[in-house]
Design a protein around this ligand. Sequence first.
Ligand SMILES: Nc1ncnc2c1ncn2[C@@H]1O[C@H](COP(=O)(O)OP(=O)(O)OP(=O)(O)O)[C@@H](O)[C@H]1O
Length: 272
Amino acid sequence: MSLLSVEDLRVSYGSREVVHGVSFSLEKGSRTALVGESGSGKSVTARAVLQLDVAARLRGSVRLEGQELVDASAKVVRSVRGSRVGLVFQDPLTSLNPVMTIGWQIMQPLVIRGVKKKEARERGIALLSRLGVKDASGRFDDYPHQFSGGMRQRVVIAIAVIAEPELLIADEPTTALDVRVQAAVLDLLHEVAQERGMAVLLITHDLGVVAGFADDVVVMRHGRIVETAPVGPLFADPQHPYTKGLLGAVPRLDRDPSQRLVSVEEIEAVSR
Ligand SMILES: Nc1ncnc2c1ncn2[C@@H]1O[C@H](COP(=O)(O)OP(=O)(O)OP(=O)(O)O)[C@@H](O)[C@H]1O
């Protein structure tokens, strides 16, 4: 049985349907990237998995290890959120509480599950250190404003994974960071996911980050999936014209410099 199985998921806001029946699945411990240009429905799809948006009306099926979430009670969905499925969003500042120490925030998912404070603290410091924060014990009682953007995003990841969820949904987790920090944070996320056997659904518009991170890629466009493939075949031999266009728009060091990049208008034209 798949860890996450999404079938014919439709999402509407009022009378406007923005996701038109998407289906994909994630196996335990696997990493899938959901890619597509801005507005293609990636975030709406990811948020629908955990019903984070009260205004969204869902149809279809979202099952976590066979358990249907679309028509589940709010209590069931709440119990899945944060414990079985962790979440990381783009902006670490809005994800953190500015008046609580980062240590307190990292410990919370454990403390509310009955772990003693001393143990929660030790596990929090070890995880923060694993995520590349130097002097993690000395900095555990700092406040978010005392951390740089890259460090804050490590804190957000620590909060999301400390209770060892089976699945992490990471929506553009590094977009707000500079390129060097982006790569470091994604590498760490990859390592921590592997160590813990945690599956990851990574939402990104950046195909450059997909190659080193994901096993499988789901390409969305205009609220539909246009292609699903393992990462190797997708990069080597994309089937859909839109995917070809997306790949053609990625700058590569090994590209023949005499060839231009493909523009978004050209992608639109070729896949219309
Ligand atoms: N709360 C909302 N109410 C109404 N429409 C929404 C809402 N959230 C998203 N949409 C619409 O759904 C469509 C898909 O948006 P979504 O945010 O999923 O795109 P995306 O692929 O994640 O793009 P981006 O990378 O820019 O976040 C867009 O047309 C957007 O305007």
